[in-house]
Design a protein around this ligand. Structure first.
Ligand code: 13P
Length: 211
């Protein structure tokens, strides 16, 4: 039950963190029994631990346990976890600034060294596909190549992390980066870091924040 409560607490915290609103978004967490994921269309405030869907990794694709259907976006959560064993949790939101960039289909370039914590520049925009589809999952996986996050055209973003705390922190930091980038665009646009500067920042992250 602890993991279920932790997932619900994270979902509820998103509005206060300024990274989501209403019932948009969804979260998942890798557990020994499979992927725990928020159910579709239930307000986070009303969510109870038993309502989370559990999707075992070794069962037929789409199989879930629980009284409610998993998030309509279960495919990309499931596909990311299958393709990326280092990913323990995934956060999907419609955070305002990052979503504004995603609506304009503008990737985030090397405008700040924090881009390094997402694996490098740019943070890509996944091609548009209808929400809840296998096509959207394909596009998200392509945009996530060598990255821990991506924007999603006319939709929102996805962040991943080894833990739920890490995926949530990445969501907060991606929204902040999107906001900073847009502010910078409003005064003429950022001077971009070079690829060697981005690579140096990636190395610095690995040493400065190594556990
Ligand atoms: P769900 O309620 O099905 O999780 O959908 C919300 C959403 O953001 C779809 O992209």
């Amino acid at each position: 039950m602890q993991m279920r409560e932790t997932l619900i607490a994270a979902a509820r915290s998103m509005a206060g963190l300024g990274i989501n609103q209403g019932k948009a978004g969804n979260l998942s967490l890798r557990t020994p029994a499979g992927m725990l994921i928020t159910p579709s269309a239930i307000p986070y405030e009303e969510l109870t631990p038993a309502q989370l869907a559990l999707m075992p990794f070794d069962a037929e694709y789409g199989t879930f346990h629980g009284p409610n259907r998993p998030s309509s976006e279960w495919r990309f959560h499931r596909d990311i976890m299958a393709a990326r064993p280092e990913v323990g949790a995934i956060v999907h939101t419609h955070a305002p600034y990052a979503t504004a960039l995603a609506m304009a289909r503008r990737e985030i370039p090397a405008c700040h060294y924090m881009i390094a914590r997402f694996g490098g520049a740019p943070i890509r925009v996944a091609g548009y596909a209808l929400f809840g589809t296998a096509e959207l999952s394909e596009q998200v996986l392509i945009a996530l190549q060598d990255r821990s996050a991506c924007l999603m055209a006319n939709h929102g973003f996805v962040t991943t992390g080894a833990t739920l705390d890490a995926a949530m922190l990445a969501a907060v930091e991606l929204e902040a980066l999107a906001r900073q980038y847009m502010l910078s665009l409003s005064i003429g646009g950022p001077v971009l870091l070079s690829e060697p500067e981005v690579q140096a920042a990636i190395r610095q992250f690995a040493t400065a924040y190594a556990s």
